[in-house]
Design a protein around this ligand. Structure first.
Ligand code: GLU
Length: 279
């Protein structure tokens, strides 16, 4: 046996021992409290979509997730909610940290190299959020020389780099709430991501921020699942169809956008969920 192989074995044993210790110290670390439950990744900091509010979880993604979970045979108390920041979503699914992700997660070919999607269950569009009193930005045509904030690992940041790289400065943050703070304090001139996310942030700002309202992409929100799980995709798609047909989808949209002035683009909504199934 070579020296390096011995070292590797020792490392493996050490990791196993550490995991066992973590397990005795905290149930969550060994997943004992997760047995028989479904683990769902959502955002914790996006009002109206996925938001942690004194120990409960609210928003459109949460409502869609609960509906799907129920159809899969899980009651609400059999759901373990996990925070899924934009940058960590593919890894969380690949590592098996979660069974599915509903976190304003756009279906893209790039992401489909690592994970699969069911859905779509909603179609948003990338837009801009500015300070209420700033009249200088009224669409993507006004971005020359502006400082933007978006989130690492999002399609929104990727689109800025692709389309506006030469004219703007892009600051990247771990979440959109941090971007909104940078916008308040004047560190950036605009936050860019999906219109429905920006509508929630504008509403939470109590009139200090406004959504420009000129979307320049289509973002098809999918349910992220482990790559290749076509059976689960079919079940999820059937659940989404039911949710649209029985009126729960419409109710979830209106409940979670009330008071924001946001209405979904009827050219794309509600969408037809046909992703991820066997060809
Ligand atoms: N829907 C876009 C994405 O999946 C932006 C929103 C987000 O970062 O969650 O990247």
């Amino acid at each position: 046996m070579t020296f390096t192989r011995t070292m590797k074995r020792m490392a493996v044993r050490t990791i196993a021992a550490l995991a066992a210790v973590a397990c005795t110290m905290s149930l969550a670390a060994c997943g004992a409290d997760e047995a028989g439950k479904i683990r769902i990744g959502i955002k914790f900091d996006q009002p109206g979509l996925g938001f942690k509010k004194s120990g409960t979880y609210v928003g459109f993604d949460v409502d869609v997730a609960k509906y799907i979970a129920k159809k899969l045979g899980y009651s609400e108390d059999e759901i373990v909610w996990k925070e899924a920041p934009s940058k960590q979503r593919e890894a969380m699914l690949q590592n098996g940290d979660v069974d599915m992700i509903l976190a304003t997660y756009s279906i893209t070919d790039e992401r489909k190299k690592a994970v699969s999607f069911a859905g779509p269950y909603f179609v948003a569009g990338q837009d801009l959020l500015v300070r209420k009193d700033d009249q200088s930005i009224n669409g993507p045509q006004d971005l020359n020389g502006k400082r933007l904030c978006s989130v690492t690992g999002s399609t929104s940041a990727a689109t800025v780099k692709e389309k506006f790289a030469s004219e703007v400065q892009l600051m990247e943050q771990p979440g959109y709430a941090e971007c909104a703070t940078a916008l308040f304090s004047g560190i950036v001139d605009a936050v860019t991501t999906d219109d429905i996310i920006l509508a929630g942030l504008a509403s939470a700002s109590r009139g200090k921020l406004r959504v420009v309202g000129k979307p320049f992409t289509q973002e098809y929100y999918g349910v992220g699942i482990k790559k290749g799980d076509t059976k689960l995709a079919t079940k999820i798609n059937n659940a989404i169809v039911d949710m649209i047909q029985d009126g729960s989808w419409e109710k979830a949209v209106s409940d979670n956008t009330s008071g924001t002035n946001y209405t979904p683009d009827v050219r794309y909504n509600p969408p037809t969920p046909n992703e991820g199934e066997d060809a």
